[in-house]
Design a protein around this ligand. Structure first.
Ligand code: NAI
Length: 703
């Protein structure tokens, strides 16, 4: 039952019951229209109340129906709202907790609305690259006035019911209930009162009949457009919200409603909306692991230990302190411990100075932090995360020690970015308790957490880490064990292509500009300078031994031989002024690249920005396909989440796999064939992953 029907005396109460947020899926919609019909057919019923069970009135469309034809199957939301408006008996919406999107549009169709205090009211469709599509842009301005409604529709942000109820001349709520507990009784009482009032057959009030106008309409909408344009250059929906609300003021209700529908349908087809809807679903899906069901109970994490107070350890500790979880941080030497603590303090103090943190919170957080040099102090920790030097020998020492001191059931995590988590687990007698937690730098800022599942990692360990990730506000994505996990394994291919582009004639700044125009937060060379070019150098040195057939441009090695490791050495692919991060194109680097071309007998050619983007993004996509095939990632959406939250891939493109889907995998495969013919490139590199070739041939997509 997704909508229940019960009589409260002579009032029929229809309660939406479709957990978790009473999404308006097909069954729920049928439940509502059946309830309305039944109530109208029953002479003993005088009025109707619609409300929601549990944690919401309604959160709007049911995301499980997102891409299914069921979403628009009759009765669709417009018909349900029509049925409410046409009910001969008064319909009262009893709103509480969450009233969003289609849920608010449904309530706007009712004759009366009662709200509980604390209800969150929103039309968040813009966040999915859409406008409200069931009358929201036409009715909300009538109920709240043009400006308040437009602000809500353009921002998509929730507003508290009391705040809306306090607006002068608002017509959204007929009444505020004294409390959420009193809501239903008060709604039933209002329903009875209104049934008596309209017993004479006088027409019931409808939002559609309210007037809507703005005293300076043209100027106001022009102003609104200018404001919105500046804020959202890669997304079409916000401006369309302005169009739709303006239509509401210029056209008759039904005409404006039809125009809203047209805009909604057109936006559904845009790549931006497809990407945003994909991300919405992928983010939720990433937190679920196929073979770790709800029956797997997470372990309790009340105390955390961090080993190593360097770049990563300090940031990792801050995540837990911010969430109110005590952290004991361990180092081998007092100076290193002091240095680590000073960095954490400095970070918080800078937040304090910028007004981002209050003094009492700062004090609370620092009080939760215990520095130590003694492993014994970790014996109570429920989760211990290691962030020491990236050397197997050091990891071995640490994990053997942890195995001795950690309490039974404690989770032992490694933040390693390249080492084999299974090998690390084997240093202990409890490999089932070992897992990778790969944070990204700066660890207190970056959203991504790759959770590396070893072959022995217990299911409840995974469930715990996924839960704790949510608590510290990370986007957790599960990766299998392999060199580089998901993100860095792909970025290596991307950097490889970036190097070939330099050999062939591009400059670092041209490549960076092309990628930044595509939407990447930073091009590959600026990224290298930020992360440290020596990291890639160390990896390549390893590759030259492990995989001697692998082809690389030598330019990055030449750069490192000059000691140009990036921002930390004041010079990398670019020059840097002391203390500044602005990347200044370097004559020395250009000459170095040119000399390398001459040594190799390469005549440089002009390379288009499109070729740069295609080669770099498809390098990611092809490796992503291998990662899927190898079972390192369980779904393409996980790979997209890694790139969106950890590597600055543009949100409006939905992630590399989603982008490839939108280009069409057939087209991607064709381009790869073309690149393979370029003698300066690497034909083996462009051999399409079997999964990519198969999907392309079948006309299918990754997501
Ligand atoms: P770091 O060199 O800044 O810090 C390492 C810290 O560990 C130092 O303070 C050192 O004194 C301490 N340490 C070394 N041996 C120890 C031991 N036996 N017991 C206790 N403390 C010990 O290194 P960073 O960058 O923080 O890296 C740490 C780990 O995080 C490595 O495994 C690295 O691969 C990984 N990682 C690094 C990222 C980065 O961007 N720096 C990103 C993601 C992971």
């Amino acid at each position: 039952m997704t909508a229940e029907y019960r009589l409260h005396g002579d009032v029929a109460v229809i309660t939406l019951n479709n957990p978790p947020v009473n999404g308006l899926g097909y069954d729920t919609r049928v439940g509502i229209t059946n309830g309305l019909e039944k109530a109208n057919a029953d002479a003993a019923v005088k009025a109707i109340v619609i409300t929601g069970a549990g944690r919401a009135f309604s959160g709007g469309a049911d995301i499980r129906e997102f891409n299914s034809p069921k979403a628009s199957q009759e009765p669709n939301l417009l018909s349900v709202i029509g049925a409410i408006e046409h009910s001969a008996k008064p319909v009262v919406a009893a709103i509480h907790s969450v009233c969003m999107g289609g849920g608010l549009e449904l309530a706007l169709g009712a004759h009366y609305r009662v709200a509980a205090p604390g209800a969150k009211v929103a039309l968040p469709e813009v966040k999915l690259g859409l406008i409200p599509g069931a009358g929201g842009t036409v009715r909300l301005p009538r109920a709240l006035g043009v400006e308040t409604a437009l602000n809500m529709i353009v921002s998509g942000e929730p507003v508290n019911s009391e705040l809306l109820a306090g607006l002068p001349e608002q017509k959204l709520f007929d009444k505020m209930a004294a409390s959420p507990e009193a809501l239903l009784d008060e709604a039933v009482a209002l329903a009875k009162e209104m049934a008596a009032k309209h017993a004479d057959g006088s027409p019931l009030p409808l939002v559609r009949n309210l007037a809507v106008k703005h005293p300076n309409g043209d100027a106001y909408f022009q102003f609104a457009r200018n404001m919105v344009k500046g804020m959202v250059k890669n997304f079409p929906a916000p401006l369309k919200c302005v169009d739709a609300v303006e239509n509401a003021t210029k056209y008759k209700f039904d005409e404006a409603l039809a125009k809203e529908r047209e805009i909604f349908i057109a936006l559904m087809q845009t790549p931006e909306s497809k990407s945003l809807r994909h991300i919405f679903a992928a983010e939720r899906a990433a937190s679920k692991i196929a073979d770790v069901g709800d029956d797997v109970k997470p372990r309790e994490v009340k105390k955390v230990g961090v080993i190593g107070a360097g770049t990563m350890g300090g940031g990792i500790a801050m995540n837990f302190l911010n969430a109110g979880i005590p952290v004991t941080i361990l180092e081998t030497k007092q100076e290193a411990l002091d240095r680590g603590l000073a960095t954490i303090r400095k970070n918080y103090e800078s937040q304090l100075k910028r007004g981002k943190l209050k003094q009492d919170k700062y004090d609370q957080r620092m009080a939760l932090l215990t520095p130590t040099l003694a492993y014994d102090d970790l014996k109570d920790a429920d989760l211990i995360i290691e962030a020491v030097f990236e050397e197997m020998g050091v990891k071995e020492q640490v994990f053997k020690k942890l195995d001795e001191v950690a309490k039974p059931g404690a989770i032992l995590a490694s933040n390693t970015s390249t080492l084999d988590v299974d090998q690390i687990a084997a240093f202990t007698q409890r490999p089932q308790d070992v897992v990778g937690m790969h944070f990204f730098s700066p660890a207190n800022v970056m959203k991504l957490l790759e959770v590396v599942r070893g072959k022995a990692t217990a299911k409840d360990v995974l469930a715990t880490v996924m839960q704790i990730a949510k608590k510290i506000k990370k986007t957790a994505v599960v990766s299998g064990v392999c060199d580089g996990f998901i993100g860095n394994r792909m970025i290596e291919r991307y950097s490889q292509q970036a190097g070939f582009l330099l050999d062939e004639g591009a400059t670092p700044q041209q490549v960076d500009k092309a990628m930044e125009k595509f939407g990447m937060a930073m091009g590959p060379f600026r990224m290298g300078d930020l992360a440290g070019n020596d990291i890639g150098w160390a990896i390549r040195k390893r590759r030259y031994v492990e995989k001697p057939d692998m082809k690389y441009s030598k330019t990055a090695d030449l750069l490192c031989e000059l000691g140009r490791f990036g921002q930390k050495t004041g010079a990398g692919w670019y020059d840097y002024q002391p203390g500044k991060r602005d990347a200044i194109p370097s004559k020395l680097v250009e000459d170095m690249i040119e000399k390398h071309r001459q040594d190799q007998g390469i005549t440089p050619r002009k390379i288009s920005d499109q070729e740069i983007v295609d080669r770099l993004v498809y390098a990611l996509v092809n490796e992503g396909a291998h990662i899927l095939e190898d079972g390192i990632a369980s779904k393409a959406g996980d790979i997209d989440m890694v790139y969106l939250t950890g590597y600055g891939f543009p949100i409006w493109r939905g992630g590399p796999m989603q982008y490839a889907d939108q280009v069409g995998l057939f087209n991607v495969a064709e381009s790869m064939k073309r690149f393979a013919k370029n003698p300066r490139d690497d034909a083996a590199f462009w051999q399409p992953a079997p999964l990519l070739a198969k999907l392309a041939a079948e006309g299918k997509t990754f997501n």
